[in-house]
Design a protein. Structure first.
Lengths: 226, 414
């Protein structure tokens, strides 16, 4: 398989008194600039697959190749470094830091990576906010923004370090239809205009229509997309 | 580091009341630590100063630290034959050739020494009898090695130098016997010598038994009375640096052969009591800071609990576990640093206030200030202890934060 992100026979089991298999032998490859939606009913393992592909979780067996690198031999710190430089996350509940301004939230990954000096980072942060129409909210706290605005800020933050892949977990699950449409268009544009690989977990079939490919997941196994 | 500092400061400033309570604990802890330790150190220094001022820094006596080795032991070392009932040779007690030995001691840098012949005598006056310690001294030398001249309430050491039959007695004895300057008393020694002596000085040290039993006369007169011509049995030594006493005593003892006891050795029991007192004191004041550190632990633990989602976000962004740990350790450090700086300031004020307080201890006629002493090591100790407590208090929640697994939190949140 070739692609920006490749999963090979991924298995994720939770051990305990009653072992649970979240992901069961999933293999897939997602290419550069592709917009993929992972769909399935609740409890099918969509988010678990996203966490594995996003290097937030470690598979029980199998491996994930990111940009050609086998991540299975990486320790926690190296996985964190890959998340910082090559991946960006958007979650259902925006997850912005409440005490920081909108701009500071976007600057966080850039400051942690340290590739840009403070001035250049601020300029890029401002540019990202402008791109998503929230530049005028830069000095506000997230609590002063609407749900749609917060999610656009979260997308701006995910793009801060110019990642290869943006992973979105139910990005429109908490938005009204207008805001959801706006977020969908933004994610679509990330793939088609900026060449980012976008992997979104959703059970909104309307949202999934914007994707290049839909992957179905049932009981942790790949299934034909709905 | 800057980003971690930003997050740490944001956490603390967003919880102003909790942070203020933690900070107040550290400020009070550091301030009381300083105030109490300065009082204890002050009283300790005051006590040691009195000890050093009022007693010889080194006393050389006509004794040996180890018993003299008998000739049979020298001849047959480790021999199986034990010679019993060995009786040491009877000899006149005292430091042999004391003038040469005194000259050696006086030749040492920063040393002043005076010979003393100390013995027992009986003082009688108007039918009253009192056993006393008779010390034969050289007034000109004695002035420079003791504070007795300062304690004279009547007469002087110079008067003793001028009168070969003069005697200086303590205030308690003078009062008991109703003696005044110029009174004549009879002094009898166990060697059989007897002399009528004129009171030429009266001293008062405040130590009742010393003021009752100690008397001074000229060395020559004491030698005659005690039948020990050309002998002294003590060298009273005073040093420019009293803290060199232990080393110098060893040197003198190894050179002269006679036992040389420094004030440190002579006061070992008292100094060990001071050590125990210091341990108790530091334990008590440290307890204040330990209690304060619980406040910090509480604050940071609460922040960690409230901020689990933020921790998950930071980790999903690419923050390492150590970055997250550092954020919460920095929070402890910030509270510790600010608390220490403010605590040092408040402590300084407290110490100045304490230093102004006057008390009148029993037996003292004048008001005295509380003995307060502070030095850089106290500031360093208070700051180091406060920072360690704060870091330790922050470490436990910081470690917990660093171990949080983002997926567990994200699953719980969605």
């Amino acid at each position: 398989m070739s692609g920006v992100i490749v999963a090979e026979h991924l298995v994720r089991r939770l051990t305990g008194e009653v072992p649970v298999t979240l992901i069961d032998d999933v293999s897939l490859s997602i290419g550069r600039g592709e917009f993929v939606c992972v769909m399935g009913p609740s409890g099918s393992g969509k988010s678990s697959l996203l966490y594995l592909l996003g290097l937030l979780d470690v598979p029980s067996s199998g491996r994930v190749l990111l940009d050609g690198e086998d991540t299975s031999r990486y320790q926690e710190d190296e996985l964190a470094n890959r998340r910082l430089s090559k991946l960006g996350f958007v979650f259902q509940f925006h997850f912005l830091l409440a005490e920081f301004t909108v701009l500071d939230n976007v600057l966080l990954p850039m400051r942690r990576l340290g590739a840009l000096d403070e001035g250049a980072a601020r300029a890029r942060g401002q540019e990202l906010l402008e791109r998503f129409g929230v530049a005028d909210q830069a000095v506000k706290r997230p609590s002063q923004l609407s749900g749609g605005q917060r999610q656009r800020v979260a997308i701006a933050r995910a793009l801060a370090n110019d990642p290869l892949v943006v992973l979105a977990d139910e990005p429109t699950g908490n938005l009204d239809s207008a805001a959801a449409l706006n977020v969908r268009q933004i994610l679509r544009a990330l793939a088609s205009e900026l060449g980012k690989t976008v992997i979104a977990v959703t059970h909104d079939s309307g949202f999934a229509t914007a994707a290049d490919r839909r992957i179905g997941l049932v009981d942790g196994r790949l299934h034909d997309a709905a | 580091m800057r980003i971690e500092l930003d997050v740490a400061l944001t956490h603390l400033t967003s919880r102003r009341r909790q942070t203020l309570v933690s900070l107040t604990g550290v400020v009070l802890g550091v301030a009381f630590f300083l105030a109490v330790s300065s009082l204890m150190r002050g009283s300790e220094k005051d006590f040691i100063k009195r000890l050093i001022d009022n007693s010889p820094h080194i006393t050389v006596s006509d004794e040996y630290r180890a018993p003299e080795v008998q000739p049979a032991e020298l001849r047959w070392p480790g021999g199986a034959v034990q010679v019993s009932r060995v009786k040491p040779q009877t000899e006149t007690r005292g430091i042999r050739g004391y003038r040469e030995k005194l000259a050696f001691v006086e030749s040492l840098p920063g040393v002043r020494a005076a010979p003393v012949l100390m013995g027992s005598a009986v003082l009688t006056f108007a039918g009253k009898i009192q056993a006393v310690t008779l010390s034969g001294v050289v007034p000109a030398k004695m002035k420079h090695v003791t504070t007795i001249e300062e304690k004279m309430t009547e007469g002087s050491l110079d008067a003793l130098a001028a009168n070969p039959n003069g005697i200086i007695i303590g205030r308690t004895l003078a009062d008991r016997f109703n003696l005044r300057l110029g009174s004549t008393v009879s002094v009898v020694s166990p060697a059989g010598g007897s002399r009528a002596m004129k009171v030429v000085g009266i001293f008062r040290t405040g130590n009742a038994s010393y003021d009752e039993e100690q008397t001074f006369t000229l060395l020559k007169r004491a030698q005659a009375l005690l039948d020990r011509p050309n002998r002294a049995n003590r060298f009273v030594i005073q040093l420019e640096d009293a803290y060199q006493a232990r080393d110098l005593a060893l040197r003198i003892e190894s050179t002269l052969g006679y036992k040389a006891v420094s004030w440190v050795e002579a006061s070992e029991d008292i100094l060990s009591v001071l050590l125990v007192r210091n341990i108790i004191m530091y334990s008590v004041v440290s307890a204040i800071l330990v209690v304060a550190s619980f406040g910090i632990y509480n604050t940071i633990s609460t922040i960690v609990m409230e901020k689990t989602r933020d921790i998950a976000i930071l980790k999903s962004m690419g923050f390492h576990a150590r970055d997250v740990r550092r954020i919460f350790l920095l929070e402890g450090l910030i509270v510790g640093l600010i608390g220490s700086v403010l605590g040092l300031g408040l402590g300084l004020v407290l110490m100045r206030v304490l230093a102004e307080i006057t008390v009148k201890p029993p037996g003292v006629t004048e008001l005295v200030h509380l003995p307060v002493w502070w030095g850089p090591e106290q500031y360093a100790l208070a700051t180091a202890f406060a920072l360690s407590s704060c870091l330790l208090a922050a470490y436990l929640p910081a470690r917990k934060a660093g171990r949080l697994h983002p997926v567990d939190i994200l699953r719980g949140a969605t």
